[in-house]
Structures are given as structure tokens and as C-alpha cells.
Design a protein around this ligand. Sequence first.
Ligand code: ADP
Ligand code: MG
Length: 727
Amino acid sequence: MATIRFEALKETLQREPIKVKENVKRSSLFGQHVFNKHAMQQYLTRAAYESVMNAIEKGTKIDRKIADQVAVSMKDWAISKGATHYTHWFQPLTGATAEKHDAFFESINGSLAMEKFDGEQLVQQEPDASSFPNGGIRNTFEARGYTAWDPTSPAFVYDTTLCIPTIFVAYTGEALDNKTPLLRALQAIDTHATAICKYFDKNVSKVNATLGWEQEYFLIDDALATSRPDILITGRTLLGHIPAKGQQLDDHYFGSIPTRAMGFMQDLEQECMLLGIPLKTRHNEVAPNQFELAPIFEEANLAVDHNSLLMDIMGKVARKHRFKVLFHEKPFASINGSGKHNNWSLSTADGTNLLSPGKTPMKNLQFLTFFVNTIKAVHRYEELLRASIASASNNHRLGANEAPPAIISVFIGSQLSKVLDELENVTKGKLSPQEKTDLKLNIIGKIPEILLDNTDRNRTSPFAFTGNKFEFRAVGSWANCAIPMTVLNTIVAKQLKEFKIEVDTLVDNKNLKKDEAIFNVLREYIKDSKKIRFEGDGYGEAWEKEAKKRGLSNNKTTPEALKVKIAKGTVALFEEMNVLNKVELEARYEIDLEEYTKRIQIESRVLGDIARNHIVPTAINYQNTLLENTKNLKEIFGDDFKNIAREQIELIMVISNHITEINALTLKMIDERRKANKYSGIKSAEAYCKKVKPFFEEIRYHCDKLETMVDDNLWPLTKYRELLFTR
Ligand code: ADP
Ligand code: MG
């Protein structure tokens, strides 16, 4: 009998949901464990508070004496929340988060001790970082890395540790993490968007990018997940026959949240409230045991930190409720995968959403300016945007019969399309008073009304305008949002920079009024970027053909998609916007390729192991039972046995055939792996993609067939129906 599988099932069926008390208002929990403005006002001197606020709002430096003061107060606050340790919390290039805990505790003269934490420890740390990926940066420069406090993301206490969000950079200045380039990109969008805002309102002094992510995930019982080596090691199932019932009835989506999952969510939400993560919605998703949660949107840097922190906490809370969270983009074949929609917009310091039209014609023109410039940026850098979401796991969604396609396009809805179509006809050069009035009243004046009723949504679009924000839907559920957010903000910043130059040139040299110049440049942008706009079905084959005609890229594999990350134009763009230099880009490219190669390599090894050491022996075992049975039938019935045991004999042969295939294919796959391992970088990644990976489906086919034939009592791997429908 398949012991592990049946014990796991028994354990799962015996579980009692953990009840979570809801006796405190969520609002009174909110931010309790965050060193936020409120806490700072309480704990800091006025001078220290102002210095930190200036650093947050204007990016000014905090001087050493003040840093000492802040550190001492932060320590006192953290100890009052039960902290014993502190850590510089950062986001290395692997996508996860990293922390090394140090105690506040220090001994003085051996027998006496105290809790100590000063400015030096707050501002800068040198983690033993040799094991974090750096894509050769540190080898090149023989420099060490250090972490440095990011005051724009508040410190927090999690469990008994004070966590200080930090950047991670080499002593020579190169970014070794995902946060540093994000902060630089946010600086770029602030600079260039603020300059544009001044066309419409002289008082605007700062623009923030905003991000509201929606996190999808699966919850699988801990024991069941652990019973599957593939889930345990790769985060997804590498085999498994599709169950009779999947998601076709939509009963999970529309049903109530299962009790055990509900307990997990309540626990998680309370923890998130304490940490200031403003979770707002929770619901079942389409696939069985799939869920989604989303917070209220926040400033992008904070939102990125909150998403990374959330993913970490989800794992911990899940353990308590005896679940495993699957963040993989495609844990189960033939069942919907998970994504992480990134809702993005721009907002001035006073909270005005720049992708939302206003009450005056000028505000509507401002909306249109940011709207059209974003579309233009996406068109120009579509390939880069595609690269920003490329990974081994997300590749199972992109271009693999499931939303969204590997082709980047923008959906804006039929009504806004009509507005842009009309704007294409704006007269070149000076506009007559009549035309100006007409534009302001009848064309862009209509936008607010249109958006009130912006109901036509296209779920197949990877980049959609949804009323007052763009929604980048192709981001993977496992991804660190910092990467797509860095690219999106950089390309829009670059676009706005060019827009300003063009408008100013028309005003200075062609004697156009500001609004005339804006209309003129927007008209050209609308024409130029028309090819990226697509309102139809993004999943269809017709779109692939059409997109090809339009000259849009369709990079289906990850190695193919990543190449643009070091293209000449990319280096020029990131260097011009001061986000990443050539060395940093090349390092990231190397790391991405290595990560891809390693993931496929690990999957290939796990698959080979399961196929040959679990499936084949099980099949042989069952075959022996059939042989025994056939032999016995022959003994009793003599020559008649051929008729009586026909099915058994056939099955014995079919099983033999599958076993032979599995063994042969696995050996071939191992051979290809050996060849691929001789290369490095892109060559190795491509070999894994084109030569090793294709065996996965083939080997799986034979294993899944065996699953339908072999006695259920013998089958060693927990089955899809058990993983998906046991709660
Ligand atoms: P759905 O896409 O599921 O239909 P909504 O459109 O209501 O849901 O919103 C999805 C997400 O968009 C929410 O998490 C919300 O925080 C975020 N969002 C709303 N406005 C903005 C904005 N201006 N900037 C960034 N994110 C936003
Ligand atoms: Mg959404």
C-alpha cells in the first residue's frame, strides 16, 4: 500500500479548523507594529521627526547624530512591542526576502548587560552576503556589499524582531537587490511626471507611483503537499492525471470560503493589520482550493515591500493552520494558474490620481496626457515589459493556452478608443478657437462620463485600463513586484521626459500655445502607438497572427524573452534614467538565466526520480499481481485462460510499454541535461528550454496513463482529486 499517501489523507481528514477570535476591531489593530508617523511622533524629538519626514518626502540625508537618536527611540519602541532582535530586511535578487537577526543585547564588562542599538546599526550593516546572487558584480569589483536603511518604508516588528527595510548595494555603488533600482525608477517618474504636472498646476511638487496588487494563491493541506516530492521541491505538480471534476462547474468560485481556509485568512489578516498592510478583499478564485487577496493600493515602494512581507507571512500563518501556500503560477496542469495583477497609477502628493479625469477641461487634458504617454511607453518598450515578468514558472501561463498571452497589448475599451480615434484628426499646428472649444467640450469633456460607465472589461488583456488605473495582469503570482514596477515606471518616465521636450519645442519654436502643443504631440503619439492597442480576444490564434503583422514581439520562452534586458536600447534607457547601469543590467540578466536554468534542472531531476523510483516500481508491482493472477487462471482453466485473462494480458503488455518508454525517455533527458550542463549563461538556459524541458510532457504522459491503470491502493502519489478537493 502507498503508505505516505494514505497516511497524509487520513491526517487531513481528521483536521479540525483552527478558530480565530475576532474580538478586536480591525482598525484598532492597524499599524500597531509599525514605526509609522504616529509612533515616531510619540518617540522622536521634534528635530529627529522632522529630519526623518524630510528624508521620506524630499530624499534629504539624515545626519549621524539624528540617526543615533532615531535608533535609540526605534529600539525603545520595538522593545515595547516585544522585540529582542533587529534585522536589516532586504530583497536580494532571488526574489525572496533576506534577514540576519542580531540581538539588541550587549554585555558590558562581562557580568553586566544592556540593550543597545545606535545610528550606525540602523543606517548601515554588512551582512555576510557572499551567498546572495550578484551576477558577478562583486567578483568584478572585489567589493563587499552593505545594506542601508530606506526611511521611506517604515520599520516594523514581526514576532520578536525589529525589521528595518533596507537597500543592498556593493561598496562600489552597484545595486545588489530589487529595491534600489525600484527607488531610482520611482525617483525618475517623480521628476518627469512632476514636470508635466506643472503644465496644468504650478503647485504640484511631487508625484508618487501607486500600486495595488492582487495576490492569487492555492492552499493545499500540509500533509498532502508534503506527500508529493514535486510540490515540496519545485512548488508544482510535475505529474498527475486530470480528475473527473476540475473547475468546470465554477462551484468553488461562487461557493463560500471553506472553514479551514477562512481561519487561515482571518489569522493572516489580523497579522497584516498589525503590520500596516491594508488588506481589503478576500475571495475564492476559479480553481478549487485557489484564493485571492488584495489590499488598498499604496505608494509603490511600500506596496512592493508589503507584498514581499505578505508572501513571507502567508507561509508562516499557513503552517500554523496546517496548509502549504502554493505561489507557483501553474501548480496543476489543466487547472487555472495564479497571477498577481499589478494595478498602477500616478498620484500627486495631495492624492490627485493623474489617471483619473477631473472637473475642468485642463484636468481632462492632464488625464489624457498621462494616459496617452503610458500607452506610447508600453508600445515602445513592450518587449522589455514582457521581459520584466519572464520566469520559468510564469512561463506556464504566458503563451501557454492560458491568460495572458506572451504578447503585450493594451486594452482601453471601445469608448476611450473612440476618443483617441477622434483626437487623431486634430489639426496640425495652430487650432481655431472653434476647434479648441469643440475638443475641450465634446471630446475630452466627455471622458469623465465615459469612465463612470467603463464596464466593458477584457479579461484576456495583459495590460488594461480599468477606469482610473492601468492593470498589468501578466505579472506572476510568485514574482517580486519590484521588477515589473521598476520597468513600468522607468519607461513611462522616459516617455514623459521626451513628451516635455517635444511640447516645449513647439511652444518655443512654433509659437503654439501650451494646450495646442499638447494636442499636437498627443495626436502623433496616438497614431504612433496604435499598434499596441487591442480590444479583441488575446487568447485566440488570430491575435498571434495579427500581432505578428503589427510587428509586436511574441517571445514565448523565458530565455528568448530575457535577451532584451541587455540590448543596446535597454542599457541606454536605464542609464539615461539613472535606474541601472550596464554592469547592473548584465548582472541581472546572468542571474535570471541562472535561475531559469536551475529551476528546469531541478524539475528535471525530481521528475526523473519520481518516474523511475516511484512510478515504475509501482507499475511493476501491479504488473506482478496481474501476472500472478494470469498464472493462476492458467492453472485452473488450462488453455481457456487466454480468453479469460485477456484483459490482464493486454494490461500487462500496455504497462510494459509505458515502463519501457519512461525508462528510455528519462535516460535521454538525463543525457540532454549532461550536454546542457557543459554550457553556461544563455546557451545553457536555451538547452534546458529546448532540449531538456520537452521531455517533461512526454514522461508525464506515460506516468499519467499508468495512474489510470494501476490499483489505486498501490499508487504512491497523492492524486489531483485529493490535493484539490480535500479540505
Ligand atoms: P478587480 O480588478 O478585481 O475588478 P478593482 O478594479 O476594484 O478590482 O481594484 C483592484 C485593485 O486596484 C485594488 O487592489 C485596488 O487597491 C487597486 N487600485 C485602485 N485604484 C488604484 C490606483 N489609483 N492605483 C493603484 N491601484 C489602484
Ligand atoms: Mg484585477
